[in-house]
Design a protein around this ligand. Structure first.
Ligand code: MN
Length: 204
């Protein structure tokens, strides 16, 4: 049974950057529904006991296309939101440190340049989707965006360490059509130490 990442902060803790009703609905309704539906699909597919990463990286082994869709959309919804809520904090470390900082500087030049790239990918994602910082199959940092609940794992690119949700449910209650304003505020509550832990768990 997959269980949602337990929020270590209150729904209103990310105010004013991300409002309480959005966090409550996003975590308590959307993320909860993806998790429940993923568990049902995992059971139906006979994949109980596998990790979400194992399931999402081997969807091509499932024959039933409806079950593939259920696992991909709800498994992505479960996994992507777990990462999203884990890297947000009311008391964020405001800049990358250590190995992650070195890798960002080597790959993108600076953290500011990375944020600019991620913001552009998030802003230009047409319709629902995400922007990602991930570790590719050679252990290098890279960025991309994705539609719906796809992510670097289902896309076969690598493992995500930073997830920026740009579905309208992530921002519309407060920011309405102003996705760019939400993107800017997301980085105000992004905890780079959490991203760094994800990075080091992958590259060692
Ligand atoms: Mn979402």
């Amino acid at each position: 049974m997959f269980e949602q990442y337990e929020l270590p902060y209150a729904y209103d803790a990310l105010e004013p950057h991300i409002d309480a009703l959005t966090v409550e609905t996003h975590y308590g309704k959307h993320h909860a529904a993806y998790t429940a539906n993923f568990n049902a699909a995992v059971e139906k597919a006979g994949l109980t006991g596998k990790t979400a990463e194992e399931i999402l990286s081997s969807l091509d082994r499932i024959k039933d296309p409806a079950l593939v869709n259920a696992l991909r959309n709800n498994g992505g919804g479960y996994y992507n939101h777990d990462l999203y809520f884990e890297i947000l904090s009311p008391d964020p470390v405001k800049a990358p440190e250590g190995k992650l900082a070195d890798a960002i500087n080597a790959t993108f030049g600076s953290t500011e340049a990375l944020i600019e790239k991620l913001s552009a990918l998030a802003a230009s994602q047409f319709g629902s989707g995400w922007a990602w910082l991930y570790v590719d199959k050679d252990g290098k940092l890279a960025v991309t965006n994705s539609s719906n609940q796809d992510d670097p794992i289902t896309m076969g690119l690598g493992k995500p360490i930073l997830a920026l949700d740009v579905w309208e449910h992530a921002y519309y209650l407060k920011y309405r059509n102003l996705r760019a304003s939400y993107i800017k505020e997301f980085f105000e509550v992004l905890d780079w130490s959490a991203v760094g832990r994800k990075y080091e768990a992958i590259v060692g």
